[in-house]
Write a protein that binds this ligand. Structure first.
Ligand code: AVJ
Length: 314
């Protein structure tokens, strides 16, 4: 009999990830309830510019973005839409037809649906509970009569978590959701000097370190992993050739993690890779989008030039 509970998937992914070379655990496991809270606190640190820049971009350019979207649009967001950016967008649109948040967490979806219904009584809110990294049933998104255009909205540079190949496959799915005459509106963090990037992923207050180390706590809590958590420290590294930040949990001294009687040994300096955050130039993101059959028709930036948002059409 197979156990398909969340913990079993976590256990299998951790066992497979720690067996890999180099050891890597999928970054989605950073975002349990505690991890999601810590991520929100990261967004408030002085070093983590991403969230503030994305919001500033929205506030600076929303009139132009709204005029490109036009009236009678169906906005489909990957993620719950609980954030302030969604409100800036919805508040700016000219008679939108409907808004669909797609979100895996039923609780987060219900909460944001209630909030948005109260804030935007004139907009039809059509929540879909689903894992947006998987194909979405087209009936769940269909409107009768159809909207004038679909806008697939993916702010926050979550695309940064994807390896390039997976990012292309994901963008290809967004293109098909937007088809035939819609657009993809996507936030993308920009490449920038090393010091700025490293600070953003290793804030002085230690919030990002706590966020990363929470994964070890989660392994102890949910799958009874035996871990000397003190042995591991948070590290952010920038790999120039890959144009990405990597978060690691690095062993300070030799240590062993034991799960289900299986031992995983770490020498001092060995690490577990826990998240990647890919950075793009306008040109490198355009070429990524092209590989997915999408053309970047317009790019906006925040006033400090840290963050970008692309308008992609097929
Ligand atoms: C949620 C993927 C946009 O890569 O900047 C922030 C995740 N991890 N600090 C990012 C993250 C540590 C974040 N994204």
């Amino acid at each position: 009999m197979s156990d398909t509970s969340g913990s079993e998937a976590f256990r299998e992914d951790v066992l497979a990830g720690l067996s890999a070379d180099p050891p890597t655990i999928p970054c989605k496991y950073l975002y349990d309830a505690k991890g999601s809270d810590l991520f929100e606190r990261i967004c408030e640190t002085p070093e983590y510019y991403v969230t503030r820049a994305d919001l500033a971009l929205h506030e600076t350019h929303m009139d132009e973005i709204a005029s490109m979207i036009g009236p009678n649009a169906h906005v489909i967001e990957l993620g719950s839409g609980a954030g302030i950016k969604t409100r800036v967008l919805l508040a700016s649109l000219d008679s939108p037809r409907a808004y669909t948040p797609i979100e895996i967490s039923a609780a987060a979806l219900a909460q944001s649906t209630r909030d948005l219904e109260a804030a935007f009584p004139a907009i039809e809110i059509r929540p879909v509970q689903a894992d947006y990294t998987r194909p979405i049933a087209s009936e769940a998104l269909a409107l009768d009569p159809p909207a004038r255009m679909r806008v697939v909205y993916f702010p926050g540079s979550t695309i940064s978590n994807f390896e390039h190949e997976d990012a292309v496959a994901f963008l290809d799915r967004l293109r098909r959701i937007a088809a035939p005459s819609g657009a993809v509106l996507i936030g993308v963090d920009l490449v920038k000097p090393l010091e700025r990037l490293l600070a953003a992923y290793d804030d002085a207050g230690g919030i990002t370190a706590a966020f990363n180390r929470n994964l070890l706590e989660r392994m102890r809590r949910e799958i009874d992993a035996e871990i000397d958590a003190e042995a591991f420290v948070h590290e952010a590294r920038y790999y120039d050739s890959l144009e990405r930040i990597e978060m690691h949990l690095v062993a300070r001294y030799p240590t062993t993690i034991v799960i289900d009687g299986r031992s995983f040994e770490f020498a001092a300096g060995d690490s577990i890779h826990t998240e990647s955050s890919h950075k793009y130039s306008v040109a490198s993101f355009k070429s990524l989008a092209e590989q997915a059959g999408l053309r970047s028709e317009k790019v906006w930036f925040d006033p400090d030039g840290l963050f970008s948002m692309h308008w992609l059409i097929s």
